[in-house]
Design a protein around this ligand. Structure first.
Ligand code: SF4
Length: 301
């Protein structure tokens, strides 16, 4: 394997003062070494010194993983192995996976171990037109590991996708993007103040990343989570739709109605869940929002 795949140019610093995790990886973010037998059938990394472990994480040979699952008809075309990496810089009020937010809470897993699992599903991917999706958390929190994983999958001829907010888009090198067939880009709001209220972060990095993907010809599926009283304002949706309509490589827009399925996790983690009284959107509201995207000639689901 050549030098660190997927690592952006030295010195790149993510927006909002978040330093890249590749050079160097802050020690606080390294998943704890455990000697367990595995996570859901994937053997976790172990049997190395702390210094060796840290070096392997920084090189992208070991990543911090929350879990994986085999899914159909979500997270990209066909049947997919979706890998959830640990760590995310956003704090979305509706996050369904709040247990993935801290990189240090994930299980350390070797990239070769994950690629062995990808290889096992090759017949499934071929039969269904599926592939590998890396989600999270935020996959671009671990660009070196992600880059190696995507490269290895590509070498097997596997269709590759990431599910990202785009907030850490500057972490993605051109080499990493070359190894992607599709980006599922979550645009969580169109007005900066609504985006900040929803995620705790700035909107602009997502807009910049989407423009970069469009300019370089990378296919995108845009995802927008519709939350009554939070993201549903007409002008907020108009702003998302206006921007998305300017992107040349958007294949579809998915409007995802908010639901309460992640709530229990917040309670279990002792985190304050602000959307406890928020209901799922009425069908009329969902149709109104989908219509706002369709008016611009976009394919909407
Ligand atoms: S970007 Fe995704 S994982 Fe991160 S806080 Fe938002 S919903 Fe949760």
């Amino acid at each position: 394997m050549t030098a660190i795949l997927g690592a952006p140019a030295t010195g790149v610093v993510a927006p909002d003062g978040i330093n890249g995790f590749y050079e160097p990886v802050p020690e606080d973010n390294v998943p704890r070494l455990r000697r367990s037998a595995g996570t859901a059938g994937i053997e976790v990394a172990g049997e190395m010194s702390h210094a060796e472990h840290l070096a392997a994480v920084r090189a992208g040979e070991i990543g911090s993983m929350h879990s994986w699952e085999l899914v159909t008809a979500v997270d990209g075309p066909g049947t997919r192995l979706t890998v959830f990496l640990a760590g995310c810089p956003l704090r979305c009020l509706y996050c369904h996976n709040p247990d993935t937010l801290k990189m240090k809470d994930g299980e350390p897993v070797a990239v070769d171990t994950l690629l062995t699992r990808v290889r096992r599903y090759l017949p499934v991917f071929r039969a269904t037109g599926g592939g590998l999706t890396v989600s999270g958390g935020e996959p671009l929190m671990q660009p070196a590991f992600l880059g190696r994983l995507l490269r290895g999958a590509r070498e097997m001829g596997v269709h590759t996708t990431i599910d990202t907010s785009g907030f850490l888009g500057t972490h993605a090198s051109e080499a990493l993007l070359d190894d992607l067939d599709l980006v599922l880009l979550d645009v969580k709001s169109g007005l900066p103040e609504t985006y900040r209220r929803t995620t705790g972060r700035d909107l602009q990095p997502t807009l910049d990343f989407s423009r970069r993907l469009s300019d370089r010809g990378t296919a995108m599926w845009i995802r927008f989570v519709l939350v009554p009283g939070l993201t549903d304002a007409y002008d907020n949706v108009e702003a998302v739709a206006d921007h998305v309509a300017t992107l040349a490589t958007v294949q579809r827009v998915e409007v995802l109605p908010f639901h309460q399925m992640g709530r229990d996790k917040w309670d279990r983690l002792g985190m304050t869940y602000e959307l406890g009284d928020t209901a799922a959107p009425e069908p009329e509201l969902v149709e109104r929002v989908r219509g706002q995207f369709r008016e611009r000639g976009l394919t909407v689901y």
